[in-house]
Design a protein around this ligand. Structure first.
Ligand code: SF4
Ligand code: FES
Length: 228
């Protein structure tokens, strides 16, 4: 079970309502974690409970009475009296639209057989394809196989920053960064040297946390890696 954000189980308790259900949760928890503690699984991509919330993918949106727009449930903490909805027509439309955008720049052949967190989230939200005609994609970007243990397929990277955060927060090194902006933003090791030449230490924290298998163990592909 991945609660999306680090759990708080003690301290002051607050009363909230999620989808009409009155709940008591420890203050300091995100809406996402509070919901899952009570069996409500809000779709997510960039959140995982061994890293601090980051709020980049916009898949985990919810509605909160008195709050404008659609706050991200991973970066919004519960507070006393909060009234939250995790399912509505607008939320379903927004989540599907966001996942379809990710899908429009993701190897199509990988969708039916994929087994990553990304695929689980697609299934959870009910997204199997997208309506976009996209002229510019990362689908031709070369795979970095320079590291003996892992490879990096940029076509599967959704730039969620989990690998960079795992490197910093779990391993305490700063070997990975996100370089560039918008469409050109990408994960780089060291000074964009490739994963083998850089000061990347192959600890595996980034591979373990990657939700799309853009970073993945080579041993899973004994016949050699083929992009889907
Ligand atoms: S390599 Fe994986 S973890 Fe890193 S930014 Fe891309 S999708 Fe996220
Ligand atoms: S999971 Fe909340 S913004 Fe990505």
């Amino acid at each position: 079970m991945d609660y999306g954000t680090p759990l708080k189980t003690s301290g002051e308790m607050v009363s909230i309502t999620i989808n009409g259900q009155a709940l008591e949760v420890a203050a300091g928890n995100s809406i996402m974690a509070a919901a899952l503690m009570h069996g409500i699984d809000i779709p997510k991509l960039c959140a995982t409970d061994n890293l601090d919330a980051y709020g980049s993918c916009r898949v985990c949106l919810v509605e909160v009475d008195g709050m404008r727009g659609y706050p991200a449930s991973c970066t919004t903490l519960v507070s006393a009296g909060m009234v939250i909805r995790t399912e509505s027509e607008a939320l379903i439309r927004l989540r599907k639209g966001m996942l379809q955008l990710y899908l429009s720049d993701f190897p199509a052949g990988d969708i039916p057989d994929g087994w990553s967190e990304f695929h689980r989230t697609l299934q959870q939200v009910g997204v199997t394809d997208h309506p976009y005609s996209v002229s510019k994609t990362h689908l031709d970007a070369p795979v970095d196989e320079s590291n003996p243990y892992f490879l990096f397929d940029p076509a599967k990277c959704i730039v969620c920053n989990r690998c960079v955060r795992a490197c910093e927060e779990i391993q305490g090194t700063f070997a990975l960064t996100i370089d560039g902006r918008g469409f050109d933003s990408k994960v780089v090791a060291g000074q964009d040297q490739g994963f083998f030449e850089s000061n990347y230490v192959s600890c595996g924290a980034c591979v373990q946390t990657c939700p799309t298998q853009a970073l993945v163990e080579k041993s899973l592909f004994p016949e050699g890696y083929q992009r889907g």
